[in-house]
Design a binder for this molecule. Structure first.
Ligand code: HEC
Length: 418
């Protein structure tokens, strides 16, 4: 039976039973490293057998590559197998001859050093560039827009050992030569990858919902509705009537009566969604920041559109709808840059980074999926936070991929495949 990093139904977030319009469909279960589907995620009891979290009491192993928890040391062949599996995703190549020699001579003792060595190379920067480009669906260039800006920033943050939060808080963009340049939206503030046309154009859409959704999904691993402790809902009467409805009979807007919601009131999700979508109200469909935006629904256009390529706000009051000020995770923010500070200060950002980094080499779904068990994410996040409250992506990678449970679970999965 396949071992997985996986397992366990997510608790808090997912038990809210998210099932509304445009529900995410990327939740398929992928066994660790295996192309074949196994479908047995709930049943395979992976955590009982892997001697991992239950036994080592959380942070006792210190992540130093030693054989923790009194288990047998890994054989050189196991170390080689494990590192060969993750190398392409972390450094863009296979193991070198020299690394093989080191592993044969020293076995598990060199695991940490080898991963640490990788994080200092350009190949690591490329791997992190690829991670961000995949998550944001942004690369290349088209129509005069440089879709590489997010990837360029990711490369710099990874190779210059900047805190990973810089990906959302940098007040500059990075060109293809690595020079700091102004970003391309014309906004009077900058929020890392978010204030790029590369983020805004592919994710444009009515009410700015897709822009808000991807931001929360990639950087907080949450979709709507989420826990009220994370995102307090907006007051009902602050919203346009369509989003106030808690059931069909409350729906006063004819176009919104069918098709949406799957039984859940619009207010359930859009009372949270609206707060985040507001951050994008001044960005038009071409990703340009517009001082003339009003957020007011255009009279003769489809729902969710404002005038001239801009999108409508969830806010009813015209003063509020024109204003980027809103509320993120319970804090008032003036604009997207302040929102990015709030998001990156939140524990969810760090947990989500762990999840994204961990799932990447194994083809598991990240975001809001429950492909990785919550306990593992929580423990790894604790360990990263102990290294630094604002860790570099290299620090994340080192904690995660030298973790005893991760190593052994991966190996068990690979051995199962043979
Ligand atoms: C379970 C959460 C949830 C509920 C309940 C919900 N929505 Fe949505 N709504 C979403 C999500 C998620 C999106 C998609 C965002 C995106 O484009 O990726 C969305 C998108 C929309 C859009 C934009 C569609 C488009 O094509 O861009 C409209 C309009 C909308 N919802 C209206 C409603 C109305 C009206 C109701 C109540 C009848 C409702 N929603 C209930 C979560 C929800």
């Amino acid at each position: 039976m396949k071992q997985t990093i996986v397992i366990a139904a997510m608790t808090a977030g997912m038990s809210l039973g998210v099932a509304g319009c445009n529900q995410d469909s990327e939740d398929g279960f992928d066994p660790l490293g295996a192309p074949a589907a196994d479908g047995g995620d709930a049943a395979d009891g992976g955590d009982a057998a892997d001697g991992g979290d239950a036994a080592d009491g959380g942070d006792a192993d210190g992540g130093d590559g030693g054989s923790a928890g009194g288990q047998d040391a890994l054989t050189p062949q196991q170390v080689r197998t494990y590192l060969s599996r993750i190398a392409p995703y972390l450094v863009g190549r296979s193991l070198t001859y020299e690394e093989g020699v080191l592993i044969d001579a020293q076995g598990e003792a060199v695991l940490y050093d080898i991963v640490e060595g990788w994080t200092g190379t350009p190949g690591f920067g490329d791997a992190i560039r690829y991670l961000i480009q995949t998550e944001l669906h942004a690369s290349g260039s088209a129509g005069g827009v440089d879709f590489e800006l997010p990837g360029n920033l990711a490369y710099e943050v990874a190779t210059q050992d900047l805190p990973w939060s810089t990906i959302l808080t940098a007040d500059y963009c990075v060109d293809e030569l690595g020079a700091h340049i102004e970003c391309d939206t014309g906004s009077p503030y900058t929020a890392g990858v978010l204030t790029t046309k590369a983020y805004l154009i592919p994710n444009k859409g009515r009410f700015n919902l897709s822009r808000a959704k991807l931001m929360l999904e990639v950087f907080a691993c949450r979709i709507y509705p989420m826990e009220h402790e994370v995102q307090p809902p907006l007051e009902k009467d602050a919203l346009i009537p369509m989003f106030q409805a808690e059931n069909a009979s409350e729906q006063t807007v004819e176009e919104a009566q069918g098709g949406f919601g799957n039984g859940q009131g619009c207010y359930t999700c859009h009372s949270q969604f609206g707060a985040h979508a507001q951050l994008f109200v001044r960005f038009d469909q071409d990703g340009n920041w517009r001082s003339d935006a009003t957020g007011v629904q255009a009279v003769d256009d489809e729902l969710g559109r404002s005038f001239d390529g801009l999108y409508a706000s969830h806010f009813d009051d015209p003063l509020a709808s024109a204003n980027e000020q809103t509320q993120v995770f319970g804090q008032t923010v003036a604009n997207l840059a302040e929102a990015a500070e709030v998001i990156t200060d939140n524990r969810l950002f760090r947990e989500c980074t762990v999840k994204n980094v961990l799932t990447h080499p194994f083809g598991l779904a990240a975001g809001v999926s429950d492909d990785v068990e919550e306990d593992l994410i929580g423990r790894l996040t604790d360990e990263v936070e102990a290294v630094s409250p604002d860790a570099t992506i290299a620090e994340y990678v080192l904690e995660i991929f030298t973790d005893d449970q991760v190593v052994r679970t991966t190996l068990a999965g690979l051995e199962d495949e043979q």
